[in-house]
Design a binder for this molecule. Structure first.
Ligand SMILES: [Zn+2]
Length: 270
């Protein structure tokens, strides 16, 4: 582009600067958590008491209640079939004929894959959709097969890793992450990071972990000092600055400092 005229024309062209859109926060797609307990916690309905129950004959239950002068709230399915009755804190769920198939499926699935599915009396179609949604989620945790679990328990000779009690007599062991997972702790899901503990030891270890996990602030450059440390740190004289020239070889000892995480002042001062 040697032509001067073309160059001038280009210079005169209007240059538009891209403008950033104002920040927009889109609502996340979230379903309300289902507070209904899973179906294995329901009992057969016999009388009106608080809790979750199931019945094969909701129409009959409703008729009985109406005869007693109680009018329960009726929950209908999308196709207009009664799927539940509610009166104050007493909830009676219908028990669909396909329930056993769904529960058996979950039982088999639990043997081969970690999942968070719970059956709450859904129809086969809804249940199928739940399974599909679950399979679409990324599975970020390795699944511990029965063999791996047996191997782990065998390594500990069937005893609790902390107190040494026999796990079988304590109703089976519970797997514990030696370094907790979650809450800014990234314990490994690997076999080496897991130990079998008895229920009591697991409960106390978990509460200890929680106490530890909540000490650190979300801001990793902030930590807490005791008053004594704080005074010693703030009120003492400035330490002599150490300067070294890393490029010059010396015969003396070589010190190496590895700064893994420095404080905010250190960063600002850079
Ligand atoms: Zn124990």
């Amino acid at each position: 582009m040697g032509d001067l005229e073309v160059k001038r024309a280009i210079v005169r062209e209007q240059v538009s600067a891209p403008t950033a859109h104002s920040c927009e926060v889109l609502a996340t797609i979230g379903r309300r958590a289902n507070s209904t307990p899973a179906s294995q916690y329901w009992t057969t309905y016999s009388k009106l008491t608080p809790g979750h129950f199931y019945s094969h004959d909701l129409v009959g239950v409703r008729a009985d209640l109406l005869r007693e002068g109680i009018c329960p709230q009726v929950r209908l399915s999308g196709t207009g079939v009664i799927k539940g009755l509610k009166h104050n804190d007493c909830i009676v769920h219908g028990w669909p004929s396909e329930a056993l198939v769904c529960l058996k499926f979950l039982e088999e699935l639990s043997k081969v894959r970690a999942h968070s599915l719970q059956y709450r009396g859904e129809s086969l179609a809804t249940f199928g959709q739940m399974v599909f949604d679950e399979f679409c989620k990324p599975c970020d945790r390795p699944f511990l097969t029965a063999d791996i679990r047996r191997e782990l328990a065998g390594k500990q000779k069937g005893r609790c890793y902390v107190c040494g009690d026999d796990l079988e007599s304590q109703g089976g062991g519970e797997l514990d992450h030696s370094i907790p997972r979650g809450g800014r702790c990234w314990g490994s899901d690997g076999v080496d990071g897991l130990k079998y503990l008895c229920r009591m030891c697991h409960a106390s270890k978990t509460s200890e972990d929680r106490a530890r996990m909540n000490v650190e602030d979300p801001n990793v450059y902030m930590s807490r000092f005791s008053e004594e440390v704080w005074r010693g740190f703030v009120e003492s004289r400035r330490p002599t600055q150490m300067v070294c020239n890393l490029n010059e070889a010396t015969d003396g000892p070589c010190w190496e400092v590895d700064v893994r995480s420095c404080r905010l002042n250190g960063i600002v001062g850079l």
